[in-house]
Design a protein around this ligand. Structure first.
Ligand SMILES: Nc1ncnc2c1ncn2[C@@H]1O[C@H](COP(=O)(O)OP(=O)(O)OP(=O)(O)O)[C@@H](O)[C@H]1O
Ligand SMILES: [Mg+2]
Length: 220
């Protein structure tokens, strides 16, 4: 799916102070199946932008088109359905449910069809290399393994777009590289669009395109 941002802006209100302008008239186009590295210094607005692209937050102004559909013209229920159908999101910290086993965590987004999806969930766990952990709890896994589980959970819906916001932030360099490689491979295999926030220049150079943010704007 392709993604077009048209003059996206996001302001946060502050009491008795001027609004903070976090995103300032952002424009870009991401083509279907492209791998994008989103880079920029801390505070540049990367997380704010990727949350809006992932339909988890609304912009203050501007438009976002996914495959030509003006997403924010829809209500919250529409955004929720669109997200569930098309989008996989991997966070900096995995957000796995500690009281559910690994396989249950992967099945959570599709809980009402968990029996039908069990095989698929196991295949994905095998692909990300942690099938042997399926009946264990997240707390028993290493940081890298937990993040692999979070990637598996993001893939269970066969998303056409994967967003990952510094998925390697809590990992050592080597494990982090493996996780980023896994996301790249998964995107290549399925033809899904990937937007990855990364500080790794080597990996960014392998992306189809780098979107660099500075102070809420895109540097071209
Ligand atoms: N809910 C909020 N209310 C007010 N300001 C916010 C809010 N969320 C983010 N900001 C501000 O927006 C700016 C951009 O934040 P954002 O988290 O998008 O940056 P980032 O590029 O992801 O940084 P990092 O690399 O540290 O994760 C920061 O100055 C931050 O303080
Ligand atoms: Mg961030």
């Amino acid at each position: 799916m392709n993604i077009i941002a048209e003059s996206l802006s996001k302001n946060y209100k502050r009491k008795n102070l001027p609004d903070i302008k976090v995103l300032k008239n952002i424009d870009f186009e991401i083509m279907s199946g492209q791998k994008i590295a989103l880079t920029g210094q801390s505070g540049a607005g990367k997380s704010t932008l990727i949350h809006i692209l992932g339909l988890m937050d609304r912009p203050t102004s501007g438009k976002l088109y996914i495959d030509g559909v003006d997403c924010f013209a829809g209500d919250d229920k529409y955004l929720c359905v669109m997200r569930k159908k098309n989008i996989g999101f991997v966070f900096q910290f995995h957000y796995l449910m500690p009281d559910f086993t690994v396989i249950e965590n992967i099945l959570l987004p599709v809980w009402n069809e968990k029996n039908i999806k069990l095989n698929q969930a196991q295949n994905i766990l095998e692909k990300v290399g942690i099938l042997h952990w399926q009946n264990h709890f997240p707390g028993e896994l290493s940081g890298g393994e937990q993040q692999r589980a979070a990637i598996a959970r993001a893939l269970i819906n066969n998303p056409q777009i994967i967003f990952a916001d510094e998925p390697t932030g809590n990992l050592d360099r080597i494990t982090g590289l493996e996780i980023e490689k896994l996301l790249f491979e998964s995107s290549s295999e399925t033809g899904s669009t990937l937007v990855l926030v990364t500080h790794n220049d080597e990996l960014a150079s392998k992306a189809d395109k780098i979107i660099k943010m500075t102070d809420g704007k895109i540097m071209l």
